[in-house]
Design a protein around this ligand. Structure first.
Ligand code: ADP
Ligand code: MG
Ligand code: MG
Length: 879
């Protein structure tokens, strides 16, 4: 038998309760759940996502039998509500709403008041004794149906509406009298006919069928596809369709509609937060046509409804044990719930809500750790404005603090412009009256978003918050001239070259670049991290090459340095010159001379880092990049270098030519350098050893781990290990040091052959550290520097799900890692193994590292808390 296609929800029956979200979509499932826990939900039914899938598989054909099932559900609705579809005295009206398993704000289109035609509109007027209302509902239907189902341009309807408003000499929609709305419906039908070549369909069932198809169609519009792409939403069947009996928020001053969060989605504060509009329907709140009132002001209008909403908040939070984002309508003083879902929130709010829910006994600590998306912590780790700079800044105006953070950039006035200029390397603030789903790509490109209309639940606010992007909404003092690419605020005109600063936490817009500051780990954030540490088994280290970075990383909880890149220490002006003279040297003796000048610098750097890490392990990678990276590539700079070193510019050119490699990433670098120039290794190891000795003398514990990069055969490691040991011994002897030194010697595993022969290599290594950047490069054969040329095509055509340099390719490269771990530990059971490089801070890669039994991950200082949380979640999920 074919699968059930339609699930009813209502007083008589709730079929969808407990069914998978993947089948009913989030909206459908939650409508069923809300119905089942006794909340006032208008009855209706859900058509499954499987039907959407079948629709596309059949070349955009609704499956046979669907409309029969739909017809039966409509019959049930008619019985429950004692109304009839298309009736001339008391018609049943429905909304047709999309809803996939993952919420996609504003991506899919809703049609309201479906079932109205010339006859049933009269019926509705009679039944409600409200002609004005009936024709208002009808004109909305024709408009929405035209937009959504027929793809008409909204503008054509607006022109007709403006004519009527002018005729009746009013400016607001709500002021148009019944007579005017009647005329408007006639005008709308005319517009509809002109632009579609057809009459507006009078048969309700035909309206319904076309609408269902339109919802399915909207699953694959450009903007929906783009949203899923940006959000990384994949492997869904499609959208469900919800058909729900209508309730009316536009029946007069005792009716209204609103949207709310059960807690503040910006701060997490446990306070009902939302907006409502009196005498309005559906999308009016979000569309920013009229300015809504905050829910806090509702008691002045209707105290009982406000109280009932607070009860609903409690019921919902107890049921879902989670903050909810709700949509509701009040029809003549009666409250109806139209939607609930897990509320999107900022990272700051996510942490606070998780901690508060534990306090309130709704969830336990483990659940709290699971609740926060590790990547959302980025917001708590982002800079904010420096107080002094903020106080001194010129505030241009204030809008609504829609999504926290600090953003500094130049205004762009369209989404395309934002994308282009961002790609050209600018920091962009997207400035729009209000954003719409067409703008998402530009919003994603911008560092911050500023709108002049729309509230805290407008499109811009909701999307920005979901992404953790700074947003100031509804800054009504900003006048935007999109064509001339400029904005005016209180008489000041700003264009594309003026810098502005947005404070998403206060809603202020400031002139110029206001200085930002680093974040701190404290309060609820620190508490959550402590809970995370109780569950995780994976250690978290950081990649750092300076005492300042080391200190910052330790403040964020790093338990060591997993990668200290020594080449970064050679680039400062007083050092690079010695490095260059070393590279130019023909003879070993000259090379040693230059190196001896670098030694004190290195020693000092290491001492600083050891001190900052206070006895925690510090993995130091010996020189890794090819030497040409240290030489200037332009002839002017080469001439300068020649004067500085007192050599001929032509000699420099010659050396550069000699060092030139066709594929430098596969070339003379890593341990290959130490094989050719052992004196470089000697200098670095001597510096490390002396630094450790100096620390020892000052009673500072130092725990260096010397890491030899790019090993492909155990012979390289065996040879270099011997050199390292000899250098340590001779340094100790020269310094006449008799204290304890704790130095281990290991290797980076980043060449596929090293993974394949890890058992041999392990015999010569105290530790392994997977360099998954190079390993990915060599396993795929992609050059990291050139991947931009084809990666977008690969992602678009779904050849790759994600950029393998950002998230570890677990199926392929992962096998090499796993093999390296197994083989390495087969010869050395207690081999300490970690990972360094970009992947160490990526939550899904961290989970992989946990599963294959690594000891630690290492990532950039700012990602340390993210990795700690991801490691805890990995441990909980896999236990
Ligand atoms: P979105 O996914 O864009 O939020 P919805 O399907 O939730 O779209 O519809 C948007 C709004 O339309 C709802 O918030 C609600 O105000 C209104 N609406 C939808 N269905 C009904 C209904 N049956 N009765 C009254 N209003 C409705
Ligand atoms: Mg909605
Ligand atoms: Mg490498």
């Amino acid at each position: 038998m074919a699968n059930k296609m339609v699930y009813y929800f209502g007083k008589t029956k709730t079929e969808g309760k407990g069914k998978p979200k993947a089948l009913l979509g989030g909206k459908g499932l939650n409508l069923a759940e809300m119905t089942s826990i006794g909340l006032p939900v208008p009855p209706g039914f859900t058509i499954t996502t499987e039907v959407c899938d079948q629709y596309y598989k059949a070349g955009k054909q609704l499956p046979a039998g669907l409309m029969d099932e739909v017809g039966k559900a409509i019959k049930k609705l008619e019985k429950e509500l004692d109304k009839k579809f298309g009736d001339d005295s008391n018609p049943l009206l429905v909304s047709v709403r999309s809803g996939a398993a993952v919420s996609m704000p504003g991506m899919m289109n809703t049609i309201l008041n479906l079932g109205l035609n010339d006859i049933s509109t009269e019926g509705l007027a009679k039944a409600t004794k409200n002609e004005r209302f009936a024709y208002d509902a009808y004109r909305r239907l024709i408009n929405m149906f035209g937009d959504v189902v027929m793809g008409m341009d909204h503008h054509q309807f607006e022109v007709a509406f403006d004519k009527i408003k002018k005729k009746y000499n009013v400016s607001d929609d709500t002021e148009v009298p019944a007579e005017g709305l009647k005329e408007l419906c006639e005008a709308y039908k005319e517009v509809y006919k002109q632009h579609t070549g057809e009459m507006f369909p009078q048969d309700p069932v035909a309206q319904l069928e076309l609408s269902i198809e339109a919802v399915f169609g909207s699953w694959n519009t450009d903007r929906a596809v783009k949203y899923r792409e940006i959000e990384g939403i994949r492997h869904l069947l499609g959208t469900a369709v919800n058909v729900q009996s209508m309730v009316y928020g536009n029946m007069g001053e005792d009716s209204g509609t609103g949207v709310a969060f059960t807690r503040n989605p910006n701060t997490g504060e446990n306070k009902f937060y939302g907006e409502f509009l009196i005498n309005a329907q559906g999308e009016d709140v979000v569309a920013g046509i009229r300015t809504p009132q905050p829910v806090a002001e509702m008691p002045k209008w209707n105290r009982a409804i406000h109280k009932e909403l607070l009860e609903v908040k409690k019921t919902l939070e107890n049921h879902y044990a989670e903050m909810q984002d709700i949509e509701f309508t009040i029809e003549r003083g009666t409250l109806y719930m139209l939607q609930t879902r897990t509320g999107k929130r900022t990272g700051i709010a996510a942490v606070k809500i998780a901690c508060d829910l534990v306090k309130e006994g709704l969830i336990d600590q483990k659940e709290a750790v699971m609740r926060v998306d590790p990547n959302a912590l980025t917001q708590l780790l982002l800079p904010s404005f420096k107080t002094t700079a903020r106080n001194a800044a010129e505030v241009l105006c204030k809008g609504i603090n829609a999504s926290p953070g600090a953003a500094v950039g130049k205004p762009a006035f369209t989404a395309e412009e934002a994308r282009e200029r961002k790609d050209a390397g600018e920091n962009i603030i997207l400035v729009r009256r209000e954003t719409s789903p067409e703008d998402v790509d530009g919003m994603s490109a911008a560092v911050g978003i500023l709108t002049s209309t729309g509230g805290a639940t407008s499109h811009a606010a909701v999307v920005a918050r979901g992404w953790g992007k700074c947003c100031v909404a509804g800054a009504s003092d900003v006048e935007i001239d999109e064509k001339k690419k400029r904005m005016k605020v209180h008489g000041q005109t700003l264009g594309v070259n003026d810098v502005i600063s947005l404070d998403g936490t206060t809603g202020e817009v400031m002139l110029g670049a206001v200085e930002t500051q680093e974040p701190k780990l404290s309060g609820d954030f620190a508490k959550l991290m402590k809970w995370a540490d109780e569950y995780r088994t994976l250690a978290v280290r950081t990649n750092a090459d300076s005492p300042a970075d080391s200190k910052r990383a330790r403040d964020f909880g790093a338990e060591g340095i997993g990668l200290c890149r020594t080449e970064h220490m050679f680039f400062e002006p007083d050092r690079i010159i010695h490095m260059r003279s070393m590279i130019l040297a023909e003879e070993e003796k000259e090379r040693r001379q230059a190196l001896s000048k670098l030694l004190p610098f290195q020693r000092k750097d290491f001492e600083g880092i050891f001190k900052a890490m206070a006895g925690l392990p510090v993995t130091i990678r010996l020189l890794d990049p090819p030497l040409h990276e240290f030489l200037p590539h332009e002839s002017a700079a080469q001439k300068e270098m020649a004067t500085e070193l007192g050599v001929k510019a032509s000699d420099i050119k010659k050396r550069i030519e000699a060092l030139h490699e066709a594929n430098p990433m596969l070339g003379h670098r890593g341990c290959r350098l130490s094989i050719t120039y052992p004196e470089v290794l000697e200098m670095q190891v001597q510096a490390i050893t002396e630094a450790a000795i100096n620390c020892g003398k000052k009673k500072i514990k130092a725990h260096p781990e010397i890491m030899i990069p790019l090993v492909g055969t155990y012979k390289e490691l065996a040879l270099l290990r011997k050199k390292v040991e000899e250098t340590i011994a001779s340094t100790v002897a020269a310094k006449k040091f008799d204290g304890d030194l704790d130095i281990s010697i290991g290797t980076m595993i980043e060449i596929p052959r090293a993974c394949l022969t890890a058992d041999e290599i392990a015999e010569h290594a105290d530790f392994f550290s997977f360099g998954t950047n190079d390993l990915t490069q060599m396993a795929f054969g992609y050059s990291r520097d050139d991947i931009g040329g084809f990666l977008p095509d690969y992602l678009e055509q779904e050849i790759l799900d994600v950029d393998p340099f950002q998230s570890l390719d677990q199926t392929g490269v992962g096998q090499l890692v796993e093999l390296g771990v197994t083989k390495g530990r087969s010869t050395k059971k207690a081999l300490k193994i970690g990972i360094c490089g970009e992947h160490g801070g990526d939550p899904s890669s961290v989970e992989f590292c946990h599963r294959v039994g690594l000891n630690y991950v290492s990532c950039s200082p700012f990602r340390v808390p993210i990795a700690r949380l991801a490691a805890a979640q990995a441990a909980i999920t896999n236990s």
